[in-house]
Ligand binder design. Structure first.
Ligand code: CMC
Length: 388
């Protein structure tokens, strides 16, 4: 219609009201339900923040203990779903495996798919939180040809996940507390980020009254792209390429500025943050601590620092207000923990799951939510005659 205006990439249009996450992109502020990310990253746990995002308030100690225990009791996958992984080629990208397996998960839970049944919504919430890390670890084990382990519910959420990835049938696995603490912190930093592409995808699917599992599966698919969550893997690929090519960092930056074959400085820039990304600052702070703690010296971290330094002083990046985003340093940390680059975006997905669930539930609980149905400006041919 004549009233429709084009908003390419939704730069100006709010798609919803939301009470979950607040961002001030100019000031570099990020708050979950009012609490600053800095405080949560320092003093909270993944599950506590998940509860906060999903239910709106911090849990009491009892609520948190029950939540934790309930999630531990739901970590097992149906044996048939375990066999789903037999049909996946070992070359598959774990993000593709992840979104497929989460869709498949819905087929086992016909009883909890009704978005209008509050008990079903609770059951879906618990099942997704408990099983996504297990599916993620299975997707990883598949790529390296190792047997999948059963979860050990005596372990905490993060430690269980680490053991499922790095433990083997052959020997007991000892979780390194430095790795565990660092991973928990990174997961917290990723838990929500208001109406980004994947959360918006989840909400759009939710608006059709589709179930939570398939909505989250769509969110995982949206996250997989290199301009969104896939950037953490792309940063590592970029750093490794620079190292292997012997090209200097400044030559690479020149190629970025010339937009050579669409080369971008991955891990830089953000639609919302225009002064700095508070998550990136926290990750950078952790990087030294964790790498020192683990006794790892990674030349890629040196390369990342050099790249950041050069870019931050360059007019191209200054004029466009491009700063390191959360993905710039996470890859170096994940690598130090032992994860291969193809798992980086999977880790982002586990981090982001509580946010997606919170968005799905907020949209679903709001009686005024309408089915998402964007307009278009038609630019195709006017009416023509088939002439038959
Ligand atoms: N390297 C080089 N140039 C860039 C970059 C970059 N990383 N990001 C933006 N630009 C340039 C872009 O070419 C454009 O220049 P010009 O005005 O000359 O055409 C200008 O800056 C504005 O860019 P845009 O593409 O209009 O900005 P956007 O808000 O649409 O895109 C972005 C945001 C994050 C997709 C983009 O900055 C980007 O592609 N960054 C690299 C990928 C990345 O790190 N993504 C992770 C985002 S944070 C984690 C998450 O939430 O997913």
């Amino acid at each position: 219609t004549g009233l429709t205006t084009l908003d390419n990439g939704f730069v100006n249009t709010a798609s919803t009201k939301s009470a979950i996450t607040f961002i001030d992109g100019d000031k570099g502020i990020l708050r979950y339900r009012g609490y600053p990310i800095e405080q949560l990253a320092q003093h909270s746990s993944y599950l506590e923040v998940a509860w906060l995002l999903i239910y709106g308030e911090l849990p009491t100690a009892d609520q948190l203990a029950t939540f934790d225990e309930t999630i531990r009791r739901h970590t097992l996958l149906h044996e048939d779903l375990r066999r789903f992984f037999d049909a996946v080629p070992h070359t598959a990208h774990p993000m593709t495996t992840l979104s497929s397996a989460v869709s498949a998960l819905a087929t086992y839970y016909e009883d909890v798919l009704d978005p209008n049944d509050p008990e079903a919504v609770e059951a879906s919430t618990i099942r997704l939180l408990a099983k996504l890390p297990v599916i993620a670890a299975f997707a990883y084990k598949k790529t390296i040809g190792q047997a999948m382990l059963y979860p050990d519910n005596s372990l905490s959420f993060v430690d269980n996940f680490l053991r499922l990835n790095f433990g083997t049938m052959a020997e007991p696995y000892q979780v390194d507390p430095i790795v565990s603490k660092a991973l928990e912190r990174l997961l917290i930093l990723h838990e929500d980020h208001e109406q980004n592409a994947s959360a918006s995808t989840v909400r759009l699917v939710a608006s059709t009254e589709a179930n939570m599992f398939v909505s989250i599966s769509a969110g995982i698919a949206a996250l997989s792209g290199p301009l969104h969550g896939g950037a953490n893997e792309a940063v590592l690929t970029m750093l490794a390429r620079i190292r292997d090519s012997g090209e200097s960092v400044s030559t690479f930056v020149e190629r970025v500025k010339k937009k050579e074959e669409g080369v971008r400085l991955m891990g830089f820039g953000h639609r919302v943050y225009k002064s700095y990304d508070p998550r990136a600052r926290l990750v950078k702070e952790s990087a030294d601590e964790v790498l020192d703690g683990l006794g790892v010296h990674d030349p890629l971290l040196d390369l990342a620092r050099e790249l950041e330094q050069i870019a931050l002083e360059d007019d191209y990046f200054i004029e466009r207000r491009l700063y390191p985003n959360v993905d710039f340093y996470t890859g170096v940390l994940y690598r130090a923990m032992g994860f291969p680059p193809r798992m980086f975006t999977v880790l982002f997905a586990i981090g982001r799951l509580p946010g997606w669930i919170a968005h799905w539930r907020e949209s679903n609980a709001d009686a005024t939510t309408k089915i998402g149905r964007p307009q278009q400006l038609y630019v195709g041919p006017a009416e023509r005659d088939l002439g038959r």
